[in-house]
Design a protein around this ligand. Structure first.
Ligand SMILES: Nc1ncnc2c1ncn2[C@@H]1O[C@H](COP(=O)(O)OP(=O)(O)O)[C@@H](O)[C@H]1O
Ligand SMILES: [Mg+2]
Length: 252
């Protein structure tokens, strides 16, 4: 499988402090990658560089072989590389399906949403509803399609957030600490669907998490960071047995 994302010696400074201190790695299309490391080690800063919220002072970031290092965030997301929080939170009074439709870019979603009350639909509108319905199926949200988002569980809302990114054409999804609490059920609910999205739609994921055990069983490949640097990478088992990773956490 081809490489979809490549980081080459990326450095991001806050003043003189290098929060990201020379990170290089590659990700293949269709992989589920986990980025771990203690609090404050630079995970979010790195992901913010990838999504285009920050621009690194040194190094390069390539998405599908295109240099996106200094590209604006909206352009990067148009390429299909998206951090989910870039998509606005679901509207709690709208239904699940309506939330999917209003996520469409360029206000097309708003038109489609309004057109739901019209007697005849344009073909593009029918297609958007079809696409939303298909995504809701893969996300396991079909049974709540007509429920207001406020009645959804925390896990369902997170999946809806991913669904909204997919409506906008996301292909590579950056999830920064997606499971807020250590709730094994919630974790499984989210990550079993991440696996399904990968298997059925070929999506690529980079999941950021500071708790080592969370999400490890779902990852194909793990990157471990400490103090702005990549300490090691490999399978979850390899990384979690690495003394450098254990030291990074004990020294927290
Ligand atoms: N906007 C900022 N300005 C200054 N320092 C920051 C900023 N954002 C993060 N930092 C610092 O950079 C380091 C890495 O932070 P962060 O990337 O949020 O870590 P993580 O996500 O791994 O917990 C921390 O020391 C943090 O205090
Ligand atoms: Mg963080």
């Amino acid at each position: 499988m081809s490489e979809i994302l490549r980081l080459d010696s990326v450095r991001k400074y806050f003043g003189k402090f290098a929060a990201v201190d020379g990170i290089s790695f590659g990700m293949k299309e269709g992989g589920i990658y986990l980025l771990v490391g203690p609090n404050g080690c630079g995970k979010s800063t790195l992901v913010n560089c990838v999504s285009g919220l920050f621009h690194p002072e040194e190094g390069n970031i390539y998405y599908r072989n295109a240099d996106v290092t200094n590209e604006e965030m909206f352009k990067i997301s148009r390429r299909g590389l998206v951090r989910t929080f870039q998509i606005a939170s679901p509207f709690l009074r709208l239904t699940t399906l309506e939330n999917m439709l209003v996520a469409l870019p360029d206000n097309a979603g708003e038109n489609i949403f309004l057109s739901m009350f019209k007697p005849t639909w344009q073909e593009s509108e029918v297609n958007a509803v079809r696409r939303a319905a298909e995504l809701l199926r893969v996300l396991g949200l079909r049974h709540v399609w007509n429920m207001p988002a406020r009645t959804l569980s925390g896990g369902e809302l997170k999946l809806l957030e991913i669904g909204r990114a997919l409506m906008c054409g996301a292909e590579t999804i950056l999830l920064d600490e997606p499971v807020g609490s250590i709730d094994p059920k919630l974790c499984h609910q989210i990550f079993s669907h991440v696996l399904r999205l990968r298997d059925e739609l070929g999506l690529t994921f980079l999941v950021i998490e500071h708790r080592l055990e969370v999400a490890a069983q779902y990852a194909d490949h793990v990157f471990a960071m400490d103090r702005g640097q990549l300490v090691t990478e490999g399978t979850a088992e390899e990384v979690f047995e690495d003394p450098r990773v254990i030291t990074a956490y004990l020294g927290e």
